[in-house]
Design a protein around this ligand. Sequence first.
Ligand code: NAP
Length: 310
Amino acid sequence: MEKEKVVIIGSGPAGLTAALYTARAQLNPLVIAGSQLGGQVALTSEIENYPGFFDETRVPTGNELVDVMHKQAEHFGARLEFDEVTAVDFRQGSPFYVKTYGQEYQAEAVIVTAGAAPRRLGVPGEEPFIGRGVSYCGTCDGFFFRGKEVVVVGGGDSALEEGIFLTKFATTVTIIHRRSELRGGPALQKRAFANPKISFIWDTVIEEIEGNETVQAVKLRNLQTGATKRHPTDGVFVFIGHYPNSKFLEGQVQMDEHGYIITDELMRTSVPGVFAAGEIQDPIYRQVGTSVGQGVAAAMQTEKWLSERE
Ligand code: NAP
């Protein structure tokens, strides 16, 4: 069993920031980075709203931001393991037990920043066509839809932003929304409405995804009239929100009814010595900026908690 002072679970903006701060506080943090360095942000096409990360000539990508954060954290001494946490035991208090696929750790303090994952539609055809036409990430898969027609599901900022991004590749992007009003912010709405490749189908849900080797069509149902129709398409991009990656923490820390970890204003969880930051405890803001701020706070409180014990 490896003994660690601070284990950080997750490598998104909250985790990498907590790593930077705890490293600079000489706590020699270990980051269990998961399979995707940077979490969801690494898959985000464009970052326009993170202060201090700006280029007048082009919009930088999420991956570029993650790269800088990673380098900065490592430069100050953070160590990263590309592994996933499979179980924890916080019930006896500190030192806490953390198990990954490859290793077992004892940690004096833990910062949980495991983030959130995209929600699924839960309709027939969705699961079997993942990777064969169904996607949850425009940045990752948009390229495969060059010259093709795609649909996007959702009416929030993600659906609009990713829909706009997908017009770089697809010939048409049809946004299917279950209401007649978008949830996304006005700036993104304006850009989406002005984009000649984007059209909307309102008050409509997908009932089924059809195809052979790859997706060929979606079966739509109008929620106002109940009418159904088949809409041919090559791809289905789903952006209908997220759920927290907190399953491995069930029974260990207090969560709300959706599985978000409950923290106080000092980023403390219900277990002394276990802190949480980023989207795993924040269903409201979900911004890089807020995750970074929460990561700073969690790291500073971890340092304080450890020093008060000594
Ligand atoms: P969201 O704001 O929760 O929007 C989810 C959308 O999916 C809503 O339009 C919702 O419809 C729809 N939806 C939910 N469940 C559905 C289902 N089962 N079937 C069909 N449609 C369904 O999620 P998000 O767009 O991922 O954004 C999450 C947060 O991140 C927001 O705070 C957002 O502002 C932020 N964000 C910001 C940016 C940016 O600033 N550039 C980019 C991306 C995300 P209803 O509208 O009817 O509820």
